[in-house]
Design a binder for this molecule. Structure first.
Ligand code: BDR
Ligand code: CA
Length: 312
């Protein structure tokens, strides 16, 4: 089986935690680094949460590097209404025993890409601030990026504003840099991620092994179910972020099409919206693969098997 080297750029975040666990457990993934970015909460909390998840799961051999503490241009927006005050509410965590890497996330991303032969896939599942900063600071990384499999955007309604999805609206200028970079992109947007909702039956399956990882995962999902239930058009706890990891592991889980995607950065009310040219009315170059359907049953089997592989 081909092992795909990836850098997971995240803001954990309840669904981010599942992306970390999936990536670290998958035999198809070689997790080279976890980098953190301000998003679901302050970057300090995001780094602490990455270390907490890795401590519970025994993930000790992957550097965790802290990145940008704010969007490129705009004031920070946090997602604490969904993820709680810690950014990762639900479980009770002891002190983390996994250290923080001393390098800045942007430096680490640049270092790993420049040293590579073009085999590394970036998996950004938070705002795109670190990735855009790395691209601007060291453009020689661009031809080294094998692929960017990101969670963000939507072709329809948003979830943080009526127009925009959270990861993109937090830092639309960064998202625009990334979508206009020419790097090959897969965009796992809301219409896709709303197809993988952790129902009570799924939560029971995840909890069943009774291991520390199973208990942490179930506690996170129960909290996530409570906050997402408050939304008027509630979808339930959607596991957005692991879909971007699943795309790297097994793209046959998805139906997808190449499309042209722009990011709105100027509008008053709809900044942060991804304009996805589903019908190709503009006839512009296709800068993103947009997965439209996921085989949810196979996705859950993949994720639940990965979680069950953490024995301790
Ligand atoms: C995205 O926003 C965050 O709150 C989640 O972690 C996910 O990355 C979904 O819109
Ligand atoms: Ca996230």
């Amino acid at each position: 089986m081909e092992r795909h080297p990836i850098i997971l750029d995240c803001d954990p975040g309840l669904d981010d935690a599942f992306a970390i666990l999936l990536a670290a457990a998958s035999p198809a993934i070689d997790l080279r680094a976890i980098t953190t970015v301000a998003g679901n909460h302050t970057v300090d909390r995001m780094t602490l949460n990455a270390r907490r998840v890795c401590t519970v799961a025994g993930i000790r051999d992957v550097p965790i590097a802290q990145g940008c503490d704010r969007p490129l241009v705009r004031p920070q927006i946090v997602g604490s209404d969904i993820h709680g005050e810690s950014g990762l509410d639900g479980p009770t965590f002891g002190p983390p025993t996994v250290p923080t890497d001393p390098r800045h996330a942007v430096d680490l991303i640049i270092e790993l890409l420049l040293a590579s032969d073009g085999e590394i896939t970036l998996v950004p599942i938070g705002p795109l601030t670190n990735i855009a900063t790395a691209m601007r600071r060291e453009p020689r990384i661009l031809p080294k990026i094998r692929h960017i499999s990101l969670m963000g955007g939507a072709w329809g309604l948003g979830n943080r504003t009526p127009a925009a999805e959270f990861n993109i609206v937090v830092d639309p200028e960064a998202a625009r840099i990334v979508f206009e970079s020419g790097a090959p992109i897969t965009m796992c947007g809301l219409e896709l991620t709303h197809q993988v909702i952790a129902t009570p039956g799924i939560i029971d399956r995840i909890a069943a092994p009774g291991t520390p990882v199973a208990e942490m995962a179930a506690a996170m999902l129960r909290f996530y179910a409570s906050t997402t239930a408050r939304r008027r058009r509630s979808f339930g706890p959607a596991l957005h972020d692991p879909t971007a990891v699943a795309w790297v592991i097994d793209p046959t889980l998805f139906e997808a099409e190449a499309m042209h995607v722009d990011v709105e950065t100027h509008a008053e009310f709809s900044y942060g919206r991804t304009l996805v040219d589903v019908d190709d009315v503009l006839g512009l170059p296709k800068n993103a693969i947009v997965p439209t359907r996921i085989d949810a049953a196979r996705f859950w089997d993949l994720l639940i098997d990965a979680l069950a592989s953490y024995h301790a």
